[in-house]
Design a protein around this ligand. Sequence first.
Ligand code: SAM
Length: 242
Amino acid sequence: MQHDSITPYKSDSEKHVQIAKMFDNISNKYDALNSILSIGIHKGWRKKCVNRLKILQPQHILDVATGTADFAIECSKLHPKKVIGIDISEGMLNIGRKKIQDKKLDTIISLQQSNAETADFTDSSFDAIVIGFGVRNFQNLEKGLTNLQRMLKPEGKLIILEFSFPKNTIVKWFYNFYLFKLTPFVGKLVSKDNRAYTYLAESIEAFPNNEKLVAILKNCGFTKASYNSLFFGVSAIYEASK
Ligand code: SAM
């Protein structure tokens, strides 16, 4: 099945409407479930991504699909002038705003409701753009990536952190069990949303990862696109320039 036709609720609403509703539904439990299901490993992955931006010393950073703002908060460690986080789920943003306030980062980080595919920041306005576990949920992947390329400064860097699928047969067997059995069971139990964590598994399986996503990035106007696998290939960091 085509990745962009995988939707959470399989209803008539457009994908972005279903995605926003799903993340609104699970927003209160999102951070806890992330930590339970990844045994905290996801934090180290965001750190790795941010380390790749150190040399660039970005002053203006856009965190796309910021959710509860973990990536934006990690980016603030680079001492930028401004980090803007955008997301389509107001429920996720509200949790993020609270975390930013508690950490007294509200002079650096601001969050706003906006769709990556239609966000209208001026051309070439960000030194770096990051996206953690967001591109897989775009309604139109190419439209979203092309819009991000437009907003990136020349020589600016795009970093994508996204789940992928291991190639090794034995790892794949364990990952399939984890993704299609354990994750939906725990996810449903904790979040009370029947579909969110089944959608997670289905969307990861269908998403064009590794070399395929690199090719799509190049088609969307990015240069020097590459990827590195993390943790036996269950996730990957993609890096591209304008
Ligand atoms: N980046 C955060 C992190 O690393 O934990 C949150 C990731 S969460 C799995 C995915 C987020 O992407 C959700 O908050 C969802 O609302 C957002 N999202 C999905 N499609 C989007 C789009 N087209 N534009 C902006 N945000 C989007």
